[in-house]
Write a protein that binds this ligand. Structure first.
Ligand code: ADP
Length: 490
């Protein structure tokens, strides 16, 4: 197909529009010019007829001596292009230029009738083979009575020649212009669309070779094509990023699940290899249950994260008081903390209402508190506080536990990242808890930060936007007197 490329379509439209404009313009020019030319012929005929009429007023029946000579010299009747005839009131020829035969153009009935009525008539006759002639028939009146008729004719050769030349000129100019614009248009369209061809080429190479690192060269000019190239490259950045994340995520997830599965398989095979006592079976089964619990935790967390990636987690937003969630979470944490002889201290607790999903907020606070308990040695302390300032609620969870090294700190929110790789299998986490915390905080338009020092402790700071409420007053400014029974010592 000729028009299956944008370049051809653009050129075709461009040429079509230009052709229409040029043809219309030429037609109008031709029309007005021909009108003017015919008008100027009629005007010059009228001038000549007036001069002849003045002479005719002398009312002679034959040509006065020297008259033809005068006309030939001054009105140009000598050449074959201009003729005159003078009739008497009855329409009989009285005088005529010498260059015309009486029969060559007639005095028509209508022209005579008009003349009797005192009106001028213009007519066109085809007398010669080549060009028609234009004739004016003018009455000569004296005291409102027709005394003579004057006819002056001229060949339209000049006008026709001029119009013919104009037609040739316009045709040549229009054709040449259209041919030139077709060539220039195609060239310009090709130049303008060159980056698009590059984009297609790159996209094809990416699709063919699945090489997501390829990028399109961005043209210097930031026009529509430039911004298309930039957008395409941005899209490729994001695609490449999420593909590599997916790949990493998949391999991490399978790795995480392979270990407990291997343990489960090994333990089961070993147990079944010979007869065991009931106690031995119980031990193996409880160890297996631990692995199964661990796997279900990972699968649960993975499910949450993959739903969050797909944007399938719909937050059930409603006004919630963070302080009441903290009280609830701390109560649950007490049991775990007590097992490890750790105190949970609520240092500040101001009511802070935010527009949030209570279930997800509880999950986030639990993850932080649980980590504090997990990574703090017995006898340690996990402090939690909630304060409000301006339009924000500030939540901190601080422990005096093992801390996180400077090298690990930037990565702890990454999926499956664990700083303390040597931790016993018994209390290992999935490595997904902080990623989930980050997702929950960010989906509430908040921010989470961490400060930590190895061997000293870790502090997580969460900032969440509050619901502005003028009547919300601080409940407690001093360490937790309003929340009894939260400090748990083992
Ligand atoms: P996990 O399930 O392993 O706890 P998280 O995503 O919750 O996974 O945390 C990632 C890593 O960050 C942990 O493995 C741990 O090394 C480190 N970490 C998190 N919280 C603390 C803390 N309070 N103290 C010390 N290290 C922590």
């Amino acid at each position: 197909m000729i028009f299956n490329s944008i370049r051809s379509k653009l050129t075709a439209w461009y040429v079509f529009v230009l052709a229409t404009i040029l043809v219309l313009f030429s037609a109008l020019l031709y029309y007005f010019l021909s009108q003017r030319l015919y008008e100027s012929v009629d005007n010059s005929l009228k001038v000549s007829a007036n001069v002849v009429a003045k002479t005719a007023l002398l009312k002679y029946s034959g040509a006065p001596p020297g008259l033809e000579f005068f006309f030939e010299q001054f009105l140009g009747f000598g050449n074959l292009n201009k003729f005159y005839r003078i009739y008497d009131e009855s329409g009989n020829v009285g005088s005529r230029s010498r260059n015309i035969d009486a029969s060559q153009f007639p005095l028509t009935q209508s022209a005579y009738a008009n003349a009797v009525g005192g009106e001028v008539t213009y007519e066109t006759f085809k007398v010669f083979e080549t060009y028609p002639i234009r004739v004016i028939t003018m009455p000569v009146m004296r005291n409102n009575v027709l005394v003579n008729l004057v006819q002056v004719g001229t060949s339209l050769e000049g006008v026709h020649e001029t119009l013919r030349n104009l037609r040739i000129f316009l045709f040549t100019v229009v054709t040449a212009t259209l041919m030139l614009t077709t060539l220039v248009g195609r060239f310009m369209a090709r130049r303008a669309l060159k980056p698009v061809a590059k984009i297609t080429q790159t996209a094809r190479a990416i699709a063919g070779g699945a090489d997501l690192s390829k990028r399109i060269p961005v043209p210097e000019e930031q026009d529509e094509i430039g911004s298309l190239a930039t957008t395409f490259n941005d899209m490729m950045d994001r695609l490449e990023n999420s593909f590599s994340q997916m790949r990493q995520f998949g391999s991490d997830a399978s790795h995480e699940l392979r270990t407990p599965l291997t343990v489960l398989k090994g333990q089961s095979e070993l147990t079944l290899s010979k007869a065991r006592t009931t106690q031995e079976y119980q031990e193996v089964l409880s160890s297996n249950l631990e692995e199964i619990n661990y796997m279900s935790r990972i699968i649960e967390d993975l499910f949450t994260l993959s739903k969050s990636d797909e944007g399938r987690i719909k937050l059930d937003l409603a006004p919630v008081d963070l302080s009441s969630i903290i009280v609830e979470v701390c109560k649950h944490g007490e049991v775990l903390a007590a097992e490890k002889n750790i105190s949970i201290v609520v240092s500040y607790l101001e009511p802070a209402r935010i527009n949030g999903d209570a279930f997800r907020l509880r999950q986030m606070i639990w993850n932080l508190l649980h980590n504090g308990i997990k990574y703090t040695p017995p006898g340690g302390e996990v402090k939690i506080s909630l304060q409000e300032k301006d339009d924000f609620a500030f939540l901190t969870v601080q422990d005096n536990g093992i801390g996180i090294s400077e090298n690990d700190l930037p990565f702890i929110f990454n999926r499956f990242y664990r700083a303390d790789k040597a931790r016993s299998r018994h209390d290992r986490g999935s490595g997904l808890g902080l990623s989930i915390c980050k997702f929950i905080v960010e989906s509430h338009k908040g921010e989470v930060q961490v400060e930590s020092q190895l061997g000293v402790g870790t502090k997580f700071k969460v900032r969440l936007p509050k619901i502005p409420s003028p009547e919300s007053q601080p409940r407690a400014k001093s360490p937790h007197p309003a929340v009894p029974n939260l400090e748990v010592s083992g």
